[in-house]
Design a binder for this molecule. Sequence first.
Ligand code: CAA
Length: 716
Amino acid sequence: MILFSPMSPLVRYDVRERVAVITIDNPPVNALSPGVPEGISDAIARAASDPAADAMVLIGSGTTFIAGADINIFKTLKTRAQSLERSEAVHARLKQMEDAPKPLVAAIHGVALGGGLEFAMACHYRVAVAAARVGQPEVTLGIIPGAGGTQRLPRLCGAKTALELCTEGKPLGASRALSEGIVDQIVEGDLLDGAIAFALARAKAGERRKTRELQDQIRDRAAGLAACEATRAALAKTARGARAPFAAVDAIAAALALDFEAGSARERELFAECVLSHGSRAMVHLFFAEREVGKIPDVPKDTPVRDIKKAAVIGAGTMGGGIAMAYANAGIPVLLKDVDEAALGRGLATIRKNYESTVAKGRLTADAMARTMALITPTTTYEQFDDVDVVVEAVFEHMDLKKTTFAELAAATRPECVLASNTSTLDIDEFAAASGRPAQVIGHHFFSPANVMKLLEIVRGRHTSKEVIATSLALGRRLNKVGVVVGNCFGFVANRMLAYYMREAYLLLEEGASVPQIDKAVTDFGMPVGPFGMQDIAGIDVGARIRQYLKSVGKTRAEGPQSEVPDRLYEMGRYGQKTGAGWYKYEPGSRTRIPDPLIEHLAAEAAARRGITRREVQDEEIIARITTALANEGARVLDEGFAIRASDIDVIYCHGFGFPRHRGGPMFYADTVGIPKVLERVRSYREQFGDYWEPAPLLERLAREGRSFHASEQPA
Ligand code: CAA
């Protein structure tokens, strides 16, 4: 018999074999939304006084145990007092659970994450299926566990593992959770049956174990505090600019140094500090943005998605090879075609070298490498193309060549085969027309190295079918990419905006900032590499060739003045790391950037030719100029409909260029600075530097209406 709790329809109560079974039913992921914690407490209270129950099992219905707190709740916390009050209530609730008079067992399948694991740890025992995962991912949202996780977790598994879970945010599989003491038993058969048997055995033995009273794992305080120190030192190198990982260490240190009550109070303080920070707001924004990105207004959720069983890549160069690796890594057999054996041989050698270096780092076994490589079939003909489901063209960026390739592909493949292009600069509608099958043609713009970078710009052409868009999004997920659907403008979204970012960096250099100063200001802001360091990796020749092509068709990448310095470097054969010199110098075989006085000289010459008096440039101006350039161009991209949402642009920048997640992406950052302030900057730059700093109409509209990029997207 199933009885519903009077308090909450989200939690069910029934009794089986003298065990009260408390089932959370809050699809899709059993988040702890309002009503769920209350329902659990009520059910526990009911079981405590139910003469028919000797023990309790807490379990989730559907595909998972509990995915954590309802992340939407964090947005509603506005003050420290509110946060503290909420945390105190949660802490009291979990203590009450732990004080339940009958053994309480958490039965975990799917995931127990964040608050989910914290609820599980407040149970007396935890059993899990072998495929379950547990973790404290709060740090990925810019916060720390706020429901006693930093206090109970070290008591179960010791400081070292607790530090790993809370600062890295990665979940553990059930078997490691078992060996670390977080889980007490792995259930082989039916989870509920196993949990009931476990709970009855505890009841029979009269056992109830309160996590907060455990001491063994934290007895050696000195070792625990030393682990905290070591983690702080490691984070100083890897987590620059982020507060939450450090706060998590502080809270775990408090678990070692203080009693449970005082440690919990410290956790509440640290949680409040984090949850109210800009960094956390930004990361929560990205959590939802990353899920929103797959929703395309005119492509319904039930649009048929084609099954991709076999793929082909045309062109075995750097991009083609990386794309073939991305397919092989996802277990999809892929043909790799190039014009002759020599080109194929070079491509395959690079692929092999890449895999071998992963094996050398211990991240892939030799067997797995052999299995993955075997999925890549080299070819110089179209002979085996009749059963491929998707082709990605990655030939040289030349319109005529692409058009010929698309016409050949249309002849070699079945009519329903998706024909994708990895172009970054050309108009896909032109080769869609050349294929004679424009509905099947789409852009799959990978970022280099294609087997590593997470971003996939999915470029929809004028005639691309909805089915091909939906298939591309699903395929992106299989390839472990974040797919973002964008429109077909020059540079699409990522590179179109990047041109404005780079232009500002070049102009700042001419005005008086140095290459190392600009790169440092940008990395201090949180980017993994500055604009010049990045270009030395990507190749100065790549941009130069694009500029040459554009010039030949009478276009430019970004409006306004263009610095001559990058083209001077290109003429000098300084292409970046690959030639041992670019914006920096490099010793043979080394990637260490050595500043080169020659650049100062070239910048001074260029400045003199443009009549610019060089001056001292402050770091704040560097960041303000490049972030304003991004926001202003982003506003145009949005207004012109080439990006669906401002948050899509944020996802593109965070995954494509490593824009710091704790700043939320360029559009979210602009909202943080304030739209009126961003507009004021554009206007003042226009006065100082010229009309190419023209405010985007959307920026002016938002400022006038007192809205922000993201507020303008909320449904009315
Ligand atoms: N709160 C609110 N909504 C959530 C959520 C949560 N904790 N977790 C998932 N969702 C929503 C998603 O937004 C998505 O909604 P839409 O369908 O409307 O877009 C839906 O649930 C399904 O999520 P996914 O698309 O991510 O589904 P998935 O199957 O790929 O992944 C998951 C499932 C592994 C649980 C993943 O959603 C996830 O990692 N969730 C977040 C886990 C997390 O960070 N928990 C910690 C929360 S903070 C906390 O608990 C603090 C504390 O100490 C009190």
